[in-house]
Design a protein around this ligand. Sequence first.
Ligand code: PLP
Length: 331
Amino acid sequence: MALADHPRIPLTFGPSPLHPLTRLTEHLGGARVWAKREDCNSGLAFGGNKVRKLEYLAADAIATGCDTLVSIGGVQSNHTRSVAAVAARLGLKCVLVQESWVDWPDSVYDKVGNVQLSRLLGATSRFVTAGFGIGIKESYQQVLTEIDLAGGKPYPIPAGASDHPLGGLGFARWAAELVEQERAADIRFDTIVVASATGSTQAGMLAGFAALGERRRVIGVDTSAKPAETRAAVQRIAHRTAALLETELTDEVILDERYHAGAYGVPDEETLSAMRLAARTEALITDPVYEGKSMAALIDLVSTGEIPSTDTVLYTHLGGQPAINGYSAVI
Ligand code: PLP
């Protein structure tokens, strides 16, 4: 089925902003750098990449008569906050399993930022002890069973809305949107840099470009510190999404493993200095979990010339700023 025929509930403002990062470009002295801003893509609780993905999952939830969105993620998960936001906007209930993915010393880590916003949005958060992973967990199954037994109809959304049949569609649509914006601005991005963790953002882009017959070098930046799992997820979801769009993948999965700082959710000095540089040249706010790491990659790849200076490169900002409230110890 063509992308346009897949049911979707619009939850974004429309095409996300695309603009040049002129001061950062000048500072790095290499390829021209632009940004496409999923952090300002929606009015729903600070937006972000998950809102795009959830446009398709929410349509399915409503079509199948579900009354409760159920999802899972770390305590500072942007994804679970977005599920809470979409549930609130659509008048659905929301139950979230919040796992202790990150061992972080900040005393307010599990009280502020995303988890605080989810509470404000009316979601119920259940805290459990478990490490990073995108598999189906017992705690999550338990919530689904409880809602069933109480006569509700849950709609299960896996971590990052990724390992779901419709998980890649949001960023396949992003690829089509970008190609239109490129035409309007008379520009073409040779390289796209994007943070990757649960995989469907990068995977959706790859499937979307394939469906359009467009070729772009998409560099995924691993933020999970489990790159083998992330690569496998991107591959699996990209193939699944391509099949859904009745096309085949044309480009290999590129995942750069050099910038994850050794642990999911933990920044190193390179992450923090990338966050400072983006903030101090462009007032571009990134977080220490995802975008600070993809920004560190962009800065390194452009300033060393690994991305050639003749290129025009797109930094994909996927959101995530609320999490910085949990990192006052280092920011
Ligand atoms: N950036 C932000 C702000 C996120 O919340 C996420 C979610 O995991 C990512 C990047 C990575 O996206 P994905 O999980 O689709 O690979």
